[in-house]
Design a protein around this ligand. Structure first.
Ligand code: HEC
Ligand code: HEC
Length: 227
């Protein structure tokens, strides 16, 4: 038992020290690199099995929609995931340098994802508490994520509009509990007292916020690159 505990501690510690060192560097390098869409298409083949050929994720919210997300956010999240700064055991093995490549590959795949338009049909909640969701969103979230949930490329604030309901709900729970370790601290503090019903109302409202038409695909669109 003691042995197990010290092993966990050891592993825990190594994740922490691993998290800080490569993160800044890699984030900086990937942000500075010019993404190559053609190479990015090759890297994207690794992502399809979970995020889909259109980058729309899945309607159960297990896999987030990544199409339409700000490049800075995509780069930061991949760097965080592979540095162990955001727990994502499902994607972790694919995000390793020896599998998906270094900072240039992150920039490339991000450039390719930037060519994909969003689905107009994300997973939605029940629609039974939208007024509450709207009120909470404007009071507590819009200053960072924008009045239309558009986020902010320059500040690494994710676009939330049109994201799948269950994914948003899960992130909110994990941000509150600290399981999503890379979460913004102001945001985390602000939602400490929120109840499940608040999260459900917010996730529902957010999933129904419509992204601008220019960045959404026609209904039923399929990515011709992978047909
Ligand atoms: C085996 C499945 C799997 C594969 C393959 C995979 N991902 Fe993911 N990815 C996930 C899961 C699951 C999440 C969400 C985890 C969570 O709920 O926190 C995620 C989250 C992300 C996020 C964060 C999204 C956000 O809104 O914060 C980005 C960006 C991302 N993936 C990009 C990629 C890219 C690029 C590839 C290909 C190089 C890829 N993923 C391959 C499973 C996968
Ligand atoms: C002080 C600014 C700020 C406020 C206020 C804020 N957020 Fe965030 N939020 C962020 C940042 C920054 C991130 C990305 C953190 C990271 O790097 O992982 C984020 C991430 C998220 C994510 C994960 C998105 C994804 O694609 O994985 C969700 C969901 C979210 N916020 C919802 C909310 C909601 C709902 C509120 C209001 C109750 C809120 N946020 C308030 C800054 C903020």
């Amino acid at each position: 038992m003691k042995k197990l505990l010290s092993l966990t501690l050891l592993l825990g510690l190594s994740t922490i020290s691993m998290a800080d060192a490569p993160l800044d560097n890699e984030l900086k390098q990937a942000m500075a690199a010019t993404g190559n869409i053609k190479n990015g298409k090759q890297v994207f083949k690794l992502c399809i099995v979970c995020h889909g050929t259109e980058g729309w994720g899945t309607i159960d919210g297990n896999y987030p929609q990544i199409a339409g997300q700000h490049p800075s956010v995509i780069i930061k999240q991949i760097a965080d995931i592979r540095a162990g700064n955001r727990d994502n055991p499902i994607m972790f093995p694919i995000a390793q340098i020896k599998v998906m490549g270094g900072p240039q590959s992150i920039a490339d795949v991000t450039a390719y994802i930037g060519t994909l338009k969003m689905t107009r049909k994300p997973e939605l909640g029940k629609g039974d508490n939208l007024a509450k969701g709207e009120k909470l969103f404007y009071r507590k979230c819009a200053e960072c994520h924008g009045a239309n949930g558009q986020g902010d490329e320059k500040r690494f604030y994710p676009r939330l509009a049109g994201q799948h309901y269950d994914y948003v709900l899960r992130q909110l729970k994990w941000i509150q509990s600290g399981k999503r370790r890379n979460a913004n601290k102001t945001m985390q503090k602000r939602i400490q007292k929120f109840k499940l019903a608040d999260f459900e109302a917010l996730a529902d409202y957010i999933s129904r916020l419509e992204p601008p038409k220019e960045i959404t695909a026609p209904i039923g669109w399929k990515n011709p690159d992978f047909q």
